[in-house]
Design a protein around this ligand. Structure first.
Ligand code: CA
Length: 477
């Protein structure tokens, strides 16, 4: 996911796209979990009364208009609650009753609430997928090799010139088609795997579970708005277990704020209209800060003397990076667009792997899914589809680190006085910074990238240290 502080960015800077973001677990991503469940083809059985078709048939009466405009309607709120039999899950029923009472009090029409939420039951598959914690963190190179596959590149190339809407989408939003193809391929394999969960039920399940209640309830309200608009029926409102819908996997809230009817048929149909889905994705990137005419990244070759501690630092122009020892990879010098665009330097697989200057558009891609690996996947797929040369430096072959390995590294960094954060195994910005500081103190390449070798070295350095750092150890650089 995920993705700029847009509606998809409900979980803050750590994991911008909520559970939709759970696609990638890598040492770069500050997000947890994965969204493999998005790929599930399992058809969700709907345990609810089926009122399909009624939504579109109902006239837009005053309470409806008030509700759609977000205004309370006291008349409706005073009518009380009546809905279908409880689900036999006490916690879920308690949440559902509370949610419906709150919605009614806020002016949402009772007939809409009872029709769409009455008789709803939690989806056990969503609960189990949401609770899954990946044991191994996948090295970014493995992830890229798998996601930027020859099959996917060929499928993307087949869509470069065959779709008639590309020139109009590019002209309006300034996002090149290959970037949108990269997102399309990464999100759903070009519409092949869009998810078949009843999004309202999946979001209700997550809301009742509680960990992301506010986020999930916002998605339910947005889903109700979509149904009430008459454009998309409840039966069509399907997506991943985490609520991502359609060809380009929009959350309901993002659909409401950002989806576009680009083919002009009067419906924002991101499921069946490729033009609507891809224009909507372009609109999301623009809202996320996409800059027309600017590149997303450029691979660089680092001089042996390069100071790896400059990675993940401030942005500067490529000419300044050249002076620091980072030159453009391949035969071509900086392009005109690159030369005038500030960039920061990242080492996604550490100092032995490829290095990149990433421009502002890299962060715009992360509006979708706030993970460096995801944005690299989109960008590298886009470059391959557009026929640009591949990477000069290969991804290193790496072993995956287990959760306990990562927690041990954090614990050792803490014991050595460099880290005071949670021992959660998430190798985020804070852990990488601590690692860099320790590497500097040891005269090692300060790439902030955790490897099995580094864990051994940390263990050796931490040998015999007390489990709680003493004041003198905390003062260690
Ligand atoms: Ca349309």
């Amino acid at each position: 996911m995920g993705r700029s502080a847009l509606s998809q960015s409900r979980r803050g800077p750590q994991c911008a796209q909520g559970p939709q973001n759970d696609k990638v677990v890598c040492q770069l991503a500050d997000c947890r979990g994965y969204k493999a469940a998005r790929l599930s083809h399992i058809r969700t059985i709907m345990h609810r009364r089926d009122f399909i078709g009624l939504a579109t048939a109902l006239p837009l009466t005053l309470p409806w208009r008030r509700a759609l405009a977000g205004q309370p309607d006291q008349g409706t709120a005073q009518t009380g609650l009546r809905w279908q039999a409880p689900s036999a899950n006490g916690a879920f029923d308690a949440w559902l009753g509370g949610f419906m009472a709150r919605a009614l009090a806020a002016g949402w029409p009772q007939d809409l609430l009872t029709r769409e939420l009455g008789g709803l039951t939690p989806d056990p598959k969503v609960i189990s997928l949401d609770g899954r914690q990946p044991e191994l963190s996948r090295p970014v190179g493995d992830y890229i090799r798998k996601t930027v596959s020859q099959d996917k590149i060929a499928a993307g190339q087949a869509r470069m010139y065959s779709l008639t809407f590309w020139p109009a989408v590019e002209a309006r939003f300034g996002v090149p088609r290959e970037i949108l193809i990269g997102i399309w391929g990464m999100e759903t394999g070009f519409g092949a795997v869009m998810g078949n969960y009843d999004v309202v039920r999946a979001m209700a399940t997550l809301a009742a579970e509680g960990r992301r209640q506010a986020w999930a309830e916002a998605q339910i309200f947005s889903a109700l708005r979509i149904i009430a608009s008459g454009q998309i029926s409840r039966d069509q409102l399907r997506g991943s277990w985490a609520g991502a819908m359609g060809q380009t996997q929009f959350l309901p809230e993002t659909y409401v704020t950002t989806a576009i009817d680009f083919d002009g048929d009067g419906r924002k149909d991101i499921w069946r209209s490729e033009a609507d889905a891809l224009a909507s994705a372009a609109n999301l990137l623009v809202k996320g800060g996409w800059r027309r005419g600017e590149p997303w990244a450029r691979e660089v070759i680092l001089a042996p003397s390069f100071d790896y501690g400059l990675s993940e630092g401030p942005m500067q122009l490529p000419a300044a990076w050249s002076r620091a020892g980072a030159s453009p990879a391949g035969a071509l010098d900086w392009s005109l667009q690159e030369a005038r665009t500030p960039a920061s330097l990242i080492l996604p697989a550490g100092w032995t792997g490829p290095a990149f200057l990433v421009f502002a558009n890299h962060m715009a891609i992360r509006t979708y899914n706030n993970s460096t690996a995801y944005a690299l996947g989109v960008g590298l797929l886009a470059d391959a589809v557009a026929g640009r040369p591949g990477l000069v430096t290969p991804w290193p072959m790496e072993l995956a680190l287990s959760l306990s390995d990562r927690q041990k590294a954090q614990s050792l960094l803490g014991r050595l006085g460099f880290y005071a954060g949670d021992l959660d195994g998430v190798i985020g910005t804070r852990t990488r910074k601590a690692l860099r500081q320790w590497q500097v103190s040891m005269g090692r390449p300060a790439d902030g990238y955790l490897t099995p070798d580094l864990i051994f070295a940390l263990e050796a350095a931490g040998w015999g240290m007390p489990s709680q750092p003493s004041p003198s150890l905390q003062a260690w650089p």
